[in-house]
Design a protein around this ligand. Structure first.
Ligand SMILES: C[S@@+](CC[C@H](N)C(=O)[O-])C[C@H]1O[C@@H](n2cnc3c(N)ncnc32)[C@H](O)[C@@H]1O
Length: 423
């Protein structure tokens, strides 16, 4: 069943799937037990699903940051009236939202840049196309749908949300997660760990759809997307992209795949053998060398996921319990943790990117296409001398950043390239 355009609430938002929602819903079972929008944003997918008549017993919108917006729509949407769009009003609302004011929350998609948050600044004319009356009607309709379906609103981390719902084969989960490496301002790309997401989705018994750009790690995990479309890159970093970069927006799903096939692979985590070092690899047959690289990448991914699991299932709940028990006691909560050497810096350094990780990235990153130089109005690729100069620049940069071991490796590669060029 489809509805007229005006009957579907739609809210501007960075990464909004308002335009893609119709396509996404083609892959979603038309009826079921629970419909969970795990990273709901401003709810554009859920609103369309309800308006289009999908028949689910329970509806859940979850978002780690936007739950207050949904509560404001549900509780105050029917009486909402826009206030004037002006700089002074924007500043006033930006203060009010800090206290969770429902009017400020409801005004946010209307007045903030690109429907983002007050932190991202005020709307430009681009966002101003919608009239106050049309926006008010939109909010009222959204309110009506949330109330009619008694939509449950939560603000959990996505995995906590899914685990709390005890999902099975009659349930559907939408995962419109923040896109890797996209700085959109209203939320961070790094609030979700992609490898953890993959591990969870591979083992999922419920139906799911995932949206992302065409990322090799998702293709490796789930195969070719069921849908892809070229779109403009979503990022606030226009200084670098010039706002012109294109990306393929993709959908992956497990729907239609048999439940038997929805099983995860467990990777054994064994200690690195003692003999592994530069010398070990010199004479290793190529097949084994490739296997070694593949195995390593798999083990590192599994270790990263294991680390997240330790934090999610053990460390965080144990900390919360300890905090409860040590309330107004001696030694205090913080003293107890300090005694075992656990402080915020300990946790931060777990996530530092090591020098070796930078070296690995350096080895994997494809060399940029040779820059062109201009000759008599035309362009020609740089010659070998200029390419070598480029490599020398890389070495200099590594030395200045005190990455001496990396610089030495680059220097070895430089000497090889030099020999190839001039013998
Ligand atoms: C691409 S947006 C969703 C847009 C939404 N589908 C729409 O059309 O309005 C991604 C959302 O994920 C939320 N998010 C980020 N990290 C999260 C996490 N760890 N758990 C749950 N939600 C998260 C962000 O707050 C953001 O609203």
């Amino acid at each position: 069943m489809t509805t007229r355009k005006t009957e579907v609430p739609a809210f501007r938002y960075p990464g909004s799937k308002n335009k893609l929602a119709r396509v996404i819903l083609k892959y979603v079972p038309k009826r079921g037990r629970k419909f969970v929008d795990a990273c709901a944003g401003r709810g554009n997918i859920t609103f369309r699903a309800i308006a289009d008549g999908l028949d689910y017993e329970r509806w859940i919108v979850n978002d780690i940051a936007r739950a207050p917006f949904f509560r404001a729509v549900r509780d105050r949407g029917d009486k909402f009236k826009t206030t004037q769009k002006s700089k002074a009003e924007f500043d006033r609302l930006a203060e009010m939202v800090k206290r969770g004011d429902p009017h400020a929350l409801l005004m946010e998609p209307f007045i903030a840049f690109n429907g983002g948050t007050y932190d991202g600044g005020g709307s430009t004319t681009e966002g101003g196309r919608r009239s106050p009356a049309s926006y008010e009607a939109n909010v009222r309709l959204a309110c009506e749908l949330l109330r009619k379906k008694e939509v449950q609103i939560t603000d959990f981390d996505w995995l906590t949300c899914l685990e709390a719902e005890h999902l099975g084969q009659d349930d559907f989960v939408m995962l419109d997660v923040p896109y890797i490496g996209c700085d959109v301002g209203a939320y961070s790309a790094e609030s979700i760990c992609p490898t953890e997401l993959i591990e969870h989705l591979k083992a999922a018994k419920f139906n799911w759809v995932l949206t992302e750009y065409r990322q090799p790690l998702y293709i490796k995990a789930f195969g070719e997307p069921v849908y892809q479309k070229e779109v403009q890159l979503q990022t606030t970093n226009f200084a670098v992209t010039g706002g012109k970069e294109r990306r393929l927006e993709c959908l992956w799903t497990n729907i239609e795949k048999s439940v038997v096939k929805r099983d995860s692979v467990t990777v054994p985590c064994e200690p690195v053998p003692d003999d592994r070092a530069d010398a070990y690899y010199v004479d290793l047959p190529e097949q084994e060398l490739l296997r070694e690289i593949r195995e390593c990448a798999t083990v590192i991914t599994a270790a990263r996921n294991q680390m997240n699991k330790e934090m999610r299932r053990r460390l965080l709940p144990a900390l919360l319990e300890l905090k409860r028990r040590t309330f107004r006691k001696h030694p205090s909560y913080y003293e107890t943790l300090a005694n075992m050497g656990l402080n915020p810096d300990t946790v931060r350094q777990w996530f530092y990117r090591s020098h070796t990780a930078d070296e690995v990235i350096g080895q994997i990153e494809e060399e940029q296409e040779a820059p062109k130089e201009t000759v008599h109005g035309g362009e020609r690729p740089l010659d070998a001398k200029a390419l070598l100069l480029q490599r020398a620049d890389k070495i200099a940069k590594a030395i200045l950043e005190n990455k001496i071991k990396y610089a030495k490796r680059l220097a070895t590669e430089y000497m090889q390239a030099r020999e190839e060029c001039w013998g």
